[in-house]
Ligand binder design. Structure first.
Ligand SMILES: [Mg+2]
Length: 411
């Protein structure tokens, strides 16, 4: 690895800590000190949790009855994406006040181009990162972690390494030192399977990964591996996407990590994809007019169904209803499945989509108010007063890689 200049390029990654749970604690200060779990509204699995809940052993994908056994004092709330979207807008507005060039990466994460920003504010990157965290905390009440480094991949690894409520600045000359303390599984885009392959070749730390020769890297992980190696060496090859582009489609798909004919288990995976899809649509102020649900059979054949929506929407309730009816017609009892996914297409911007005559889009907005009411009643009279749905039997066995890193490919 060639010695780097400290700041040939500077990118910050800002990531809110336990975002959904933190948002809930902000609007319900009485929950302070209690573990908070946020549920998918349909099949009542935990989709997000506070750090306290995590320490009690509650994991994402866990059914609510199991989480209740582990943490009887925990509060369980249904996800409210419209509210999380408002909070995320506030966070992104703060980031834009520091650097106008930001890429919204998810509902609670953004990359910032920090080149020239030190001169502008006459502060070090460390002070700037602390300032950004303080501003977010003052104005929204939630904590965030900030990583600053030469490339987006390093910045993301830096913010992850200092969670929660931390700052991590990695100048070019300290990259090797930083990578030596991290495992290959800490590299975004290196999941279980890729890590297992790398382990076979004796590569366990992120530093060993960077030092891998080009030939072997290319053979093991192809173009994606070469890109990661460049990024981890401090050479930026994955530029920030600063201009919002209207995507043709947004897909959320994954293998389930097992082959199964369990209807509830498969539906729980599908719901997880819908939740992630909605959070992305809300964060980017986008609406979809058409969904496609697909199930991958054990033979790798795809069964799919196209589901047009009555109106462009990013409402969890509307999208989940469409997907549930699609699932009902697509799923075949007794068939074995290995994966599933949801694709949104016919995408439009919230701001430019005119409200339809029948006011259905307005009613989507009201639905989120209904979820807030359900949450309020449960808080007042106990969690089981209004049940959101039957508990599912799902349990995510293996830890899925948390990030699916965008690989620049032609669509
Ligand atoms: Mg986060």
């Amino acid at each position: 690895m060639k010695t780097m200049h400290n700041w040939s390029n500077a990118i910050a990654h800002v990531d809110c800590d336990a975002f959904y749970a933190s948002c809930e604690t902000v609007r319900h200060p009485e929950l302070e000190g209690r573990p908070v779990c946020v549920l998918s509204s349909q099949n009542a699995i935990v989709v997000a949790k506070s750090y306290d809940a995590k320490h009690l052993g509650i994991g994402t994908g866990m059914p609510v009855w199991e989480a209740r056994k582990l943490a009887p004092r925990a509060v369980f709330l249904a996800a409210d994406f419209r509210y999380y979207g408002q909070m995320s807008d506030k966070v992104f507005a703060i980031l834009r006040s520091y650097s106008p060039d930001i890429e919204i990466y998810s509902i609670d994460e953004a990359f910032m181009d920090m080149n020239g920003i030190r001169l502008l504010w006459r502060k070090s990157f460390c002070q700037l990162a602390d300032d950004i965290r303080m501003s977010i905390w003052r104005e929204t009440g939630i904590t965030a972690s900030v990583g600053i480094a030469n490339t987006r991949t390093l910045a993301k690894m830096a913010s992850e390494s200092c969670k929660p409520d931390g700052t991590m600045v990695v100048p070019g000359k300290q990259i090797e030192h930083f990578l030596n303390d991290l495992a290959v599984t800490d590299i975004p885009g290196i999941g279980r399977n890729r890590a297992a392959l790398l382990h076979k070749f004796g590569i366990r730390t992120a530093l060993e990964f960077v030092r891998l020769g080009d030939g072997l890297m290319c053979r093991l992980l192809g173009r994606h591996g070469m890109q990661l190696k460049q990024e981890l060496s401090g050479h930026s090859v994955l530029p920030l996407l600063l201009k919002p582009v209207l995507p043709k489609s947004i897909a959320r798909t994954a293998a389930m990590g097992c082959v199964t004919d369990d209807r509830d288990l498969i539906m729980a995976h599908v719901s997880g994809h819908v939740m992630r899809l909605v959070s992305e649509l809300v964060a980017r102020h986008l609406l979809t007019r058409r969904l496609r649900l697909f199930l991958t059979r054990v033979t790798f054949e795809h069964d799919s169904i196209s589901l047009p929506l009555e109106v462009p929407s990013n409402s969890l309730k509307r999208l989940m209803a469409a997907i549930k009816s699609g699932f009902h017609s697509l799923f075949r009892t007794g068939k074995q499945y290995r994966g599933c996914g949801v694709v949104a297409s016919d995408i439009s911007c919230e701001a430019t989509t005119t409200n339809d005559l029948f006011g259905l889009m307005v009613s989507d907005t009201r639905q989120t108010d209904l979820m807030s009411t359900v949450n309020a009643i449960n808080r007042k009279y106990g969690n089981r007063t209004l049940s959101l749905a039957a508990a599912s039997r799902v349990r995510q066995k293996s830890k899925q890689p948390r990030f699916f890193y965008p690989v620049l490919t032609a669509h």
